[in-house]
Design a protein around this ligand. Structure first.
Ligand code: CMX
Length: 139
């Protein structure tokens, strides 16, 4: 894993959370994006080298809505940057981690993404992400 790329936070109301995080971080969101395939609206903040992604579910049964129903608002995932997501997925699978995707999928902020089940990482949902510009599909 190269670095923590971002931390994802599940929120009920993206507009309100945007306002609060703007005050907290002293910087406005640099990007808002809806990912239809995941049924989420997202908003990204940069502070120094670190990024925060706020996520609001827009479906009835999407991952964020379900998460908030079960566990309330809060940290939803930690995303790690990798330079070859398919290789990393193979490696982690061989090491016994439970992957939630067979192939990388398109995520927000120009990334290809894949997830590890939280049960295989001590209760933390782990996301792998690679810049789409560097991604060459092999699977
Ligand atoms: N972090 C930690 N634990 C989580 C979790 C999370 N984000 N989401 C669910 N869990 C817990 C559940 O509370 C449940 O715990 P208990 O068994 O102790 O009650 C357990 O994981 C298993 O839950 P499940 O019923 O098997 O599965 P869910 O239907 O709740 O789905 C998950 C969980 C992680 C498999 C699903 O949300 C998923 O596939 N996530 C990946 C995709 C995603 O999160 N997309 C949104 C973000 C997209 C983006 O970043 O752009």
């Amino acid at each position: 894993m190269d670095k923590i790329e971002h931390i994802g936070i599940a929120v009920k109301n993206l507009e309100k959370a945007n306002e609060l995080y703007k005050v907290l971080l002293g910087v406005a969101s640099y990007k808002e994006e809806t990912v239809e395939a995941e049924q989420v609206k997202t908003s990204f903040f940069k502070t120094g080298e670190s990024k925060i992604e706020l996520l609001q579910g827009i479906g009835e049964d999407d991952a964020i809505t379900k998460f908030i129903e079960k566990r309330g608002e809060g940290i939803h995932h930690i995303a790690f940057a990798v330079n070859d997501i398919e290789q990393k997925m193979e490696e982690l699978k061989a090491q016994g981690f439970r992957l939630l995707n067979d192939k990388p999928k398109r995520g927000a902020d120009n990334k290809m993404i894949a997830f590890l089940h939280p049960k295989s990482a001590h209760g933390v949902l782990i996301e792998l992400c690679q810049d789409r510009s560097t991604y060459k599909p092999g699977f």
